[in-house]
Ligand binder design. Structure first.
Ligand code: KG4
Ligand code: ZN
Length: 339
């Protein structure tokens, strides 16, 4: 079964064809990064307008690369939540129109489930549920228990900024480049991560045991640099490396607590921040659990993870109505509170 996947929730206009939830026949990602870079952040209105201009060409290219015509597609899956509303609506409307014109099933999927599904596209043997999910992107920082491709329990999440957002804001402040995560990751390679001793949040009690917080770190790096200085000189690469180390250690501290408490030993990472080299190297050191990362090409937003996830719904005969709406936020995810 060949599923066309469409993803326009943020600044990537993406489409892919995936066979049987596994074999990627094509995966086209048209990034808008250069168009937002001058503003050092995503401008929602520009994003949705560019998706409108690009979506036809991107889907056409995905079909051509897969060597398929529209009537050879068995279903269309699209991100309907969460994301920027105007951008989501472009992909959602296009997917509905494609499915309606071809008289094929239409499946609206959740972007978070899709990021957690990405690893299933490239691992040789399917990863068995349950496992722990570490979803870290520009909009989300979630540590969860994943019981099925569509069932997760959120154990920990950020109480303020998302991890990727912190990278982006620090980078914007110091002019390190856009998008911030990749720029800081690269700059950090030349830096001394012990040049500044930035603070970690004190979220270890009660219901916040697994939660994350980035506003204190962000504030320290941007407004209180002097206070946390260890070395005398202020080098950009040292700021980047010290920030990156602390930002990732915040994530890891919560993740390690969850591993200890749940005894689940498989962690599946996803989202743009899962591309971070320090995060990858820190988790590679650990022998008592296995952390599986998608390849870099599937960490960020892409259509293949959407198509793969859509196939799983279709296999269960679950399709969406053409009345499906876009939603900027995810409803119904409750945080588990440890008693
Ligand atoms: O998953 P994604 O492409 O889009 C969202 O759903 O948000 O994630 C984008 C985020 C951005 O905040 C970007 O700065 C961050 O992922 N990112 C990174 C790296 N590459 C991208 N953060 C840390 N290290 C990286 N190498
Ligand atoms: Zn994403």
């Amino acid at each position: 079964m060949k599923i066309l996947g469409i993803e326009t929730s943020c600044d990537e206009c993406a489409s892919a064809v995936v066979e049987n939830g596994k074999n990627i026949l094509s995966n086209v990602v048209a990034t808008q990064i250069p168009f937002h870079a001058i503003y050092e952040g995503i401008v929602p209105e520009i994003a949705s307008r560019m998706h409108t201009d690009w979506i036809y060409g991107v889907v056409k290219e995905a079909l051509e690369k897969a060597n398929l015509s529209p009537n050879e597609i068995d279903g269309v899956a699209v991100t309907s939540q969460p994301g920027m509303l105007g951008s989501l609506l472009v992909g959602l409307s296009f997917a509905k129109a494609f499915a309606w014109s071809q008289k094929i099933p239409f499946i609206a999927v959740d972007h978070i489930f899709a990021h957690l599904y990405a690893v299933q596209l490239t691992e040789t043997t399917p990863i068995e549920y349950p496992f722990l999910g570490l979803l870290v992107s520009g909009g989300h920082s979630i540590i969860c228990k994943v019981d099925a491709f569509d069932t997760i329990t959120i154990l920990g999440t950020t109480i303020d900024d998302a991890a990727g957002e912190a990278f982006d804001k620090v980078s914007k402040h110091y002019g390190f480049g856009y998008p911030g995560g990749l720029a800081i990751d690269k700059l950090s390679q030349k830096g001394d991560s012990s040049a500044f001793n930035f603070p970690m949040p004190n979220l270890y009690k009660g219901e916040h045991r697994y939660d994350l917080s980035y506003s204190g770190l962000k504030n320290a790096v941007i407004n209180q640099l002097e206070q946390f200085r260890i070395k005398e000189e202020t080098l950009p690469e040292d700021i980047a490396a010290s920030f990156q180390k602390t930002a990732i250690e915040i994530l890891l501290r919560s993740l390690f607590r969850v591993i200890e408490d749940t005894n689940l030993t498989t962690v599946v990472a996803g989202g743009g921040v899962a591309a971070n080299s320090y995060l990858r190297s820190r988790l590679a050191e650990k022998k008592h659990f296995n952390c599986i990362f998608p390849p870099l090409s599937l960490c960020g937003d892409n259509g293949a993870m959407i198509a793969g996830l859509g196939y799983q719904y279709l296999k269960r005969n679950e399709v969406s109505s053409f009345n499906a709406l876009a939603s900027s936020r995810v409803k119904g995810f409750k945080k588990y509170v440890k008693k």
